[in-house]
Design a protein around this ligand. Sequence first.
Ligand SMILES: *[C@@H]1O[C@H](CO)[C@@H](O)[C@H](O)[C@H]1NC(C)=O
Ligand SMILES: *[C@@H]1O[C@H](CO)[C@@H](O)[C@H](O)[C@H]1NC(C)=O
Ligand SMILES: *[C@@H]1O[C@H](CO)[C@@H](O)[C@H](O)[C@H]1NC(C)=O
Ligand SMILES: *[C@@H]1O[C@H](CO)[C@@H](O)[C@H](O)[C@H]1NC(C)=O
Ligand SMILES: *[C@@H]1O[C@H](CO)[C@@H](O)[C@H](O)[C@H]1NC(C)=O
Length: 403
Amino acid sequence: MGQRSVLPAAIALLFFASTATSQVYDVTKYGASGGGSSDISQALVSAWKEACASTNASKVKITVPAGTYVLREVVLGGPCKAAIEVQVDGTLKAPADPAQMKTDGWVTFQNVDQFTLSGHGTFDGQGKTAWTKNICSKTKECANLPINIRFNFVTNAIVQDITSLDSKQFHVNVLGCKNFTLQHVTITAPGNSPNTDGIHIGRSTGVNIIDTGIKTGDDCISIGDGSEQIHINGVTCGPGHGISVGSLGRYPGEQPVSGIFVKNSTITGTMNGVRIKTWPASPAGTAMDMHFEDITLDNVGNPILIDQKYCPWNQCTAQVPSLIKISNVSFRRIRGTSSTQVAVKLDCSPRYPCDKVEISDIDIAYHGAEGPATSLCTNVKPVISGKQNPAICANATGSSQAQ
Ligand SMILES: *[C@@H]1O[C@H](CO)[C@@H](O)[C@H](O)[C@H]1NC(C)=O
Ligand SMILES: *[C@@H]1O[C@H](CO)[C@@H](O)[C@H](O)[C@H]1NC(C)=O
Ligand SMILES: *[C@@H]1O[C@H](CO)[C@@H](O)[C@H](O)[C@H]1NC(C)=O
Ligand SMILES: *[C@@H]1O[C@H](CO)[C@@H](O)[C@H](O)[C@H]1NC(C)=O
Ligand SMILES: *[C@@H]1O[C@H](CO)[C@@H](O)[C@H](O)[C@H]1NC(C)=O
């Protein structure tokens, strides 16, 4: 009889614990211990399975506490029954030997809605061994080395505070995602590590990259085909190859790119600044509404570049024009120093000259022995306003339009 008064209180407490607050799954309760060499893989997969299936909370959370853990390749897939968060405060280490990894993703989150990845932990790809085996610079056939973190078809998501270190290939790949925000993320790999793009986006809509620091060996951010409404704000980039749209036009069936906004960012010591690159001899495609503004450059090569003859290592037929139509592009308030004399190069396709290009308030200094910064324009007639250092398209006084 005495139990009767206790029971409703217990039910009320349980109700409170599992709905008003989120339910927490600590991986160390699933057999992982942060002892240095503890392999967390099975524990993480088990915790994910249970959390993802949970129907008794409006939000579930998996925690990886401080400590160092070994993590093999894992796919953490949905759909899940509730909003789900993974909070990583520990350091996760991938197998150093790429031969121990069978796929091209180390940690993959897929088909998840209302997802959060948080915590001040590190995803350490231990890429050093793999980089020496990377032959992408010599051949079209690259080994499919694992990408540190893959987000496939993840929607309404926030990724914050985590660090991606020394990935074997790209650090973060965002594919088929919608309403996806990355903020206060840190990405670090040496400037000479091959193919370590910081964040690659493809076939995604509504991706925001905010307040993020990227030091790596390839593009800090690369925006591939099918990207729409991509907002980049407060990014620091360098070392690396800069922030780029593309490369586009390498493969058949690519989707259009539109609505790219790169703002309020600082690029330091990189091979390129802000660029749009398309392969020659490409299938037809479009890239439009791309805006770059308030960018600070420090010792950056090719600071402003549209390259429609992008052909690294001569793996293409360079004489055949690109069929990607580039239109509605602006470069505004871009200032700082260049490490190459040609500070602004707009090299557009002779088949489809770039349309509606606007250049405004450019002040880029070059301090080399050859003389001050210059600009080169081919198959483009930009609308120019404000400060012009160098003089924009000075070599092309109205005569370079191919059609
Ligand atoms: C529901 O919540 C209880 C208490 O927190 C927990 O033990 C149980 O595993 C949860 N059920 C599922 C399916 O997660
Ligand atoms: C985008 O995702 C965030 C995080 O889940 C969410 O708070 C926000 O409501 C979503 N926005 C839209 C328009 O659905
Ligand atoms: C510019 O970026 C910095 C971070 O680098 C951020 O703190 C600031 O709010 C941003 N300013 C605007 C106007 O977005
Ligand atoms: C250029 O792009 C901006 C941003 O998407 C858009 O608002 C504007 O309408 C576009 N202008 C033209 C002429 O298409
Ligand atoms: C400007 O320079 C570029 C690159 O050298 C060249 O392709 C283009 O034809 C030049 N334009 C004119 C009008 O000379």
